[in-house]
Design a protein around this ligand. Structure first.
Ligand code: CTP
Length: 456
C-alpha cells in the first residue's frame, strides 16, 4: 500500500493560483463523472524536488477522452484525441496576462486513460492484481517518475507512492521499477543518465547493473534511429549535456550509438568551450535560441571524416532537412573560419565581418566561437552577434524610387552598400543613409555602376 501523505500545502506553495484551480476543477469534474483522476509523472517529481513544474500529465481511471473533452470545455480549450491509445491533449490559453503584457502562452495538459486490460505485462513478471493507476505507474521508467497525486475533492493532494519513490528522491537515486525495464525500452538508458545529471542523483546499484547488461546484450543497437535521435536530442538540450556525454562514455553507450563516438580529450575540451559559449549566449536573452543538439553534434563529430558524419546522420535517422543542415554546416564552418582569418588580417572592417557571418546559421556562429582559440576573433564574433547582426537600414527601396531609380537588381546592391557604410560608421543617421544612397545613385547614373566596389 502507498504511504499516505498529503502534499496539498506543497501544491499551494509551488503552483500558480491558476494551475491549482485547474487541478481542483479536474478533481471535481472527475468526481461528477464517477472517475478517479491523478496528476502523475514528472509533474509530481518536480513538485517534490521543488523545481519549476512545466507540463501537466493527468491519468484518469475511467474514460480519459470524455474527461478531457469535458475539462477542455470548462477551460475554453480544444482537444486532440488519440482514440487508439485512449489519450488526449488539451490545449488552452490560461486567463490573465503573460510576460511583458503579452497574451499568455498556450498550455497543454496530457490526459491518459488507466485501464487494466490495456497493458501488456512483461512476460517474465508475475501476474498480480493491480489497480489501474498502479498498473499505469508500474509501466513507467523510474520510481521517481512513478508518483501520482489524487485530485478528487475528498482526497485532493493525496500522494500515491507504490514504489518507494519518496525514499528514492530523499536518497537521490534513479531506480527502475523492475528488471526488464531496459529490455522493454532501451531509450531509458539515456533517460536514466539524463535524470541523474539533471537532478544530481545517482543511478542505483542494481539499475547500473541492468544498464550494463542491456548494453552487453546490444539492446541499444536494436533501437530505431528515430527513437534514438529523439532521446539524444532531449539529452543534448540539457544544461548538463557534457556530464551526460561523459557518463554515456563511462557506460559505453556512446560507442553503442555510433562506434566512432569518443569523448577523448580534444572532444571534451571542444564541448567545454561549446558549453561556455552557450552559457554566454543565454545571458544575452536573444529571442532565438540555438538548437543545442546541433551544436553539440557538431562538436562530437568535429574530427570525423564526412563519411562518419553521414554515418551518424544515418544511424540517427536524422530527417532530411536537418541532415542536410548538419552536414553542410560542418563544411561551412571550416570555410567561414578560413574567411574570418583572412578578413582579420586583410580587411578588419565591421561590414566585412558582417557579410561573412550574415548567412551562417546561429549554431554555426556559436560553433566557430567555441572552436577558435583566437580570443580576438571571439570578440569580433561576439560583436557581430550582440550588435552588428541587429543593425538594419532606416531607408528602404521606397527612398530609392523617390530618388528616381527604377526597381531592379541595383536596388539590392545599393542598399547593401549603404548598410556596409552604416556598419562601418559612415552613415550613422537616416539623413546620412539618404545622402550615401543618393551619392551611389548618382554615381551609378554617371558610370553605369557604383564607383566604390565595397560589397561583393
Ligand atoms: N516514460 C517512460 N519511458 C519512456 C519515456 C517516458 O516510462 N521511455 C514515462 C515516464 O515515467 C515519464 C512519463 O512517461 O514520467 C512522461 O514522459 P516525459 O514527458 O518524457 O517525462 P518527464 O518526466 O516529464 O521528463 P521531462 O522533465 O524531461 O519533460
Amino acid at each position: 500500500r502507498s504511504r499516505e501523505r498529503s502534499i496539498r500545502s506543497l501544491m499551494r506553495e509551488r503552483l500558480s493560483e491558476h494551475r491549482l484551480q485547474l487541478l481542483e476543477e479536474a478533481g471535481r469534474l472527475a468526481e461528477s463523472m464517477n472517475h478517479q483522476v491523478f496528476a502523475v509523472g514528472g509533474f509530481v517529481r518536480d513538485l517534490l524536488l521543488r523545481r519549476d513544474v512545466l507540463d501537466m500529465d493527468l491519468v484518469v481511471e475511467g474514460d480519459g477522452i470524455a474527461f478531457a473533452r469535458a475539462l477542455a470545455k470548462k477551460l475554453g480549450g480544444r482537444v486532440r484525441a488519440h482514440k487508439k491509445f485512449r489519450t488526449a491533449v488539451i490545449v488552452y490559453t490560461p486567463p490573465g496576462e503573460g510576460e511583458n503584457g503579452l497574451p499568455p502562452e498556450e498550455q497543454k495538459v496530457d490526459v491518459a486513460t488507466a485501464r487494466l486490460e490495456y497493458y501488456e505485462y512483461p512476460a517474465a513478471l508475475p501476474t498480480v492484481e493491480l489497480s489501474s493507476i498502479k498498473m499505469d505507474l508500474f509501466r513507467r521508467d523510474f520510481t521517481i517518475n512513478a508518483l501520482a497525486v489524487q485530485l478528487n475533492p475528498e482526497d485532493f493532494g493525496r500522494l500515491v507512492d507504490f514504489f518507494g519513490a519518496q525514499r528514492d528522491i530523499k536518497e537521490r537515486v534513479i531506480r527502475v521499477l523492475h528488471s526488464l525495464s531496459f529490455v522493454e525500452d532501451p531509450t531509458r538508458i539515456l533517460r536514466a543518465i539524463r535524470f541523474e545529471q539533471r537532478f544530481h542523483f545517482r543511478i542505483g546499484k542494481q539499475t547500473t547493473r541492468l544498464i550494463k547488461n542491456a548494453i552487453q546484450l546490444k539492446l541499444v543497437d536494436r533501437l530505431s534511429g528515430a527513437r534514438l535521435f529523439n532521446e539524444l536530442k532531449l539529452m543534448l538540450r540539457e544544461k548538463d549535456f557534457l556530464l551526460d556525454l561523459l557518463r554515456m562514455e563511462e557506460f559505453d553507450v556512446l560507442k553503442a550509438i555510433y562506434p566512432a563516438f569518443s569523448m577523448n580529450q580534444r572532444v571534451e575540451k571542444l564541448l567545454r568551450e561549446i558549453e561556455k559559449v552557450l552559457n554566454w549566449y543565454a545571458l544575452l536573452y536573444e529571442p532565438t535560441a540555438p538548437r543545442q543538439w546541433l551544436l553539440v553534434l557538431m562538436g562530437l563529430t568535429e574530427r570525423f571524416p564526412d563519411e562518419d558524419a553521414r554515418g551518424v546522420a544515418t544511424r540517427l535517422a536524422i530527417p532530411p532537412r536537418e541532415r542536410r543542415e548538419f552536414l553542410n554546416l560542418r563544411s561551412l564552418c571550416v570555410e567561414t573560419l578560413d574567411r574570418l582569418n583572412t578578413w582579420k588580417y586583410a580587411d578588419g572592417s565591421r561590414s566585412g565581418l558582417y557579410f561573412i557571418l550574415e548567412s551562417l546559421p546561429l549554431e554555426g556562429i556559436l560553433f566557430i566561437m567555441a572552436r577558435t582559440g583566437d580570443e580576438d576573433l571571439r570578440k569580433h564574433i561576439s560583436l557581430h552577434l550582440t550588435k552588428l547582426s541587429h543593425e538594419a537600414l532606416e531607408i528602404t527601396g521606397e527612398d530609392l524610387i523617390a530618388m528616381g531609380l527604377q526597381p531592379g537588381p541595383d536596388f539590392g546592391k545599393i542598399l547593401r552598400e549603404v548598410l556596409a557604410a552604416k556598419l562601418d560608421g559612415q552613415a550613422p543617421t537616416l539623413l546620412a543613409e539618404l545622402g550615401y544612397a543618393e551619392r551611389l545613385v548618382r554615381e551609378m547614373r554617371r558610370g553605369g555602376g557604383s564607383g566604390k566596389k565595397r560589397v561583393q
